[in-house]
Write a protein that binds this ligand. Structure first.
Ligand SMILES: CC(C)(COP(=O)(O)OP(=O)(O)OC[C@H]1O[C@@H](n2cnc3c(N)ncnc32)[C@H](O)[C@@H]1OP(=O)(O)O)[C@@H](O)C(=O)NCCC(=O)NCCS
Length: 290
């Protein structure tokens, strides 16, 4: 690893270690830190403790037992370049590991804001009376988007017109209301200023795509980028990523990272101005447990 990259990976490790701490308690199990969210919100994961040795299979098995007891997902995340031996250990402890391209922004390569088709980009405002409704729509878009992970939704021809098949605004609007506790938990995170959610919204169809940035100091990650299957390939995800990234740079962030679900999605981010630097490992129990 070149010296410049080892500095970069140190910053990434510090970031991943710091990110959950304001919102979670930490349980130390062997060389793993299990982050357990306090209160409402998406659950966290376990990761190798900063500066510790490679966790053992026994550490992973014990952590999985603890995660089951707590009723949280048996989820593990780490950067392959920082813990290169953990991949084999994790697999031997019964985990399936997604190897996700890890990218960082080349600030000079960030694409400018471009007009997008039939929509505008706006930020969710935690003080707005419409916040709960906006958040419900954005969450539904993310659920439907990640539920249809194919990079391109299947295309079909209807009455001589090529249309994208897949869930759209009707499916989004069928989602349940969020509980007041869930809305409030997200409101608090957005009010902290470290979390920002942007959406692409069409006057006719409402919220069609969403993305969030999460920041610690001068480092931030873009996560949860998703477009309704019916609204794909209109540039929404690319522009949301570019807009959130530009906003972060304008506010003093100097390292923006993200991990892509696969190489196709990574290509989208490369066009926005990111470059691949490594691999993020995202692990969960294999379909057939040991
Ligand atoms: C990945 C995902 C977010 C992309 O969303 P999207 O809004 O369709 O993305 P974009 O429209 O910006 O880019 C998709 C493609 O359309 C192209 N495109 C962009 N603007 C376009 C336009 N105006 N007209 C036609 N095509 C356009 C892009 O160049 C890109 O082309 P490529 O396939 O050759 O790379 C979406 O498929 C999704 O929600 N997937 C499931 C969740 C997921 O994997 N999220 C990413 C997690 S890291």
């Amino acid at each position: 690893m070149a010296p410049a990259d080892s500095g970069l990976f140190d910053r990434l490790e510090q970031f991943y270690d710091a990110l959950p701490r304001p919102w979670a308690r930490v349980e130390e199990i062997g060389s793993l830190d299990l982050f357990v969210r306090e209160g409402e919100g998406w659950p966290y994961y376990a990761r190798p403790r900063l500066g510790s040795h490679t966790p053992s299979a026994a550490d992973i098995i014990e952590t999985r037992r603890r995660q089951r007891d707590l009723g949280v997902p048996e989820a593990f995340e780490w950067v392959h370049e920082c813990s290169p031996d953990l991949l084999a250990v994790a697999r031997s402890a019964g985990l399936d590991v997604l190897l996700a391209p890890l990218l960082v922004l080349d600030p000079a390569a960030l694409v400018p804001d471009l007009p997008i088709r039939d929509a505008r980009i706006r930020y969710l405002d935690p003080a707005s009376p419409a916040f709960a409704a906006d958040l419900r729509a954005a969450r539904a878009v993310a659920r439907l988007g990640f539920g249809a992970p194919a990079y391109r939704a299947p295309l079909e021809v209807v009455e001589n017109t090529l249309v994208i098949d897949g869930a759209g605004p009707a499916e989004r609007d069928a989602f349940e209301e969020l509980t007041p506790e869930a809305v409030q938990a997200t409101r608090v995170m957005l009010e902290s200023g470290d979390y920002v959610t942007a959406v692409a919204e069409s006057p006719a169809e409402g919220i069609l795509a969403t993305a969030t940035s999460q920041r610690v100091g001068q480092v931030a990650e873009v996560v949860g980028v998703a477009t309704l299957p019916s609204a794909r390939n209109r540039g929404y995800a690319s522009q949301l990523t570019a807009t959130l990234t530009g906003r972060l740079l304008a506010r003093g962030v100097d390292l923006v990272l993200l991990s892509a679900g696969d190489d196709d999605v990574a290509r989208l981010y490369t066009r926005v101005g990111f470059r691949r630097v490594g691999t993020a490992c995202v692990a969960q129990p294999a379909a057939v447990p040991l």
